[in-house]
Design a protein around this ligand. Sequence first.
Ligand code: SF4
Length: 402
Amino acid sequence: MTVNFKLTGLRTYRLQGGSHSVVRRTMSDIHGTVEKGLHIPVTDRTLAGVAEKVLAGSRIDDRDAHRILESGNIHLIGALAEHRKQRSSGRLVYFTVNKQINYTNVCSVRCKVCAYAKGRRAKGAYTMSVDEIIGELSQYREGLDEVHIVGGLHPDLRFDYYTSMLRGIRTRFPGVTIKAFTATEIGYFAGLYKMSVDRVLKELVDAGLDTMPGGGAEVLSDGIRGELFSGKESKDRWLETHRTAHVLGIKTNATMLYGHIETDDDIIGHLRQLRSLQDETAGFLTFVPLIFHPENTPLRGRVGTPTGIRKLKVVALSRLYLDNFPHIKAYWVMMSEAVTQIALHFGADDIDGTIGSEKVTHAAGARTPAGLTKEHMVAMIKETGYVPVRRDGRYKVIEVYE
Ligand code: SF4
């Protein structure tokens, strides 16, 4: 079967043999456009309707999403996702010079996917003081754009531990974006300190918080949350916390942890709920599909690891389904550097940052380095043919490496 598309002002692709080769007929510059027809022979009939919608700029639905996850036509899926990415990011791919601070591994719940949490008196349990956090950030030599702060749900800390942490960082690093505390942590603070989510967020913003990371979303299914994340908030509470943040003007991110017991329906349901909230608030910056690492968790030996093709399809689906999200991230820590580079041709336009010393995923067996240099990240992106852009946590451009 052959489907011909005529487009104006868009990049041109010609996919041959249905699933085996992609020929780029014209190149656009960073913001450039070309005027050509788009010719896609589609041997996989099930994707023809999806392709028509994507090329017409229409929204795909849940049935289309299933077709993408079930199709083996990986080149067409990648070309469609890249086509949609070009409309929002052109040839730019973002990264940031950042440092992750995992301030405590003490946690009062026990998610079955977690190799990081410990009881407060367990061997290896730690909580960083504010001085230790500032000291660790001060040693970072790259010149920080963003600090990314997440930790366990510690039952004994006082609320002013968190506000002092933010004030200390803001004072010492006035220009840095402070991206801190998942919706799960915010909800926990609200319950522990008997405050509304609204009040918690206002006090944290007053102390220096800029944006929120997207963790704790896991899979937005109460069935999966009950089975693997018992003790965490409901999916509706996670969404409500982000809604509250958006109403207050706080930009946030969203993740999805996949590769354990979820089904395609669960993944699509997750994306549907995020797209719907984004339609309402436009408060999300980036969607980050996270790959589950089972080492050292109770699920070790019970679940496999997603294949490279599955990872690329999930990235592409994220770009195609979440048509209202500005950015889709390929998180190199979980994805590996090699697959991250390929994912940039499947709709991703961000690879996160230098990180410094990631602890949570490495506790679960990730074999990627604990951090990368800025030069390494620039080279990684350049090798894919895209233009690296150093950004801060709100996507303000700091440097373009043409
Ligand atoms: S994933 Fe987060 S909330 Fe769950 S046990 Fe680990 S640290 Fe605690």
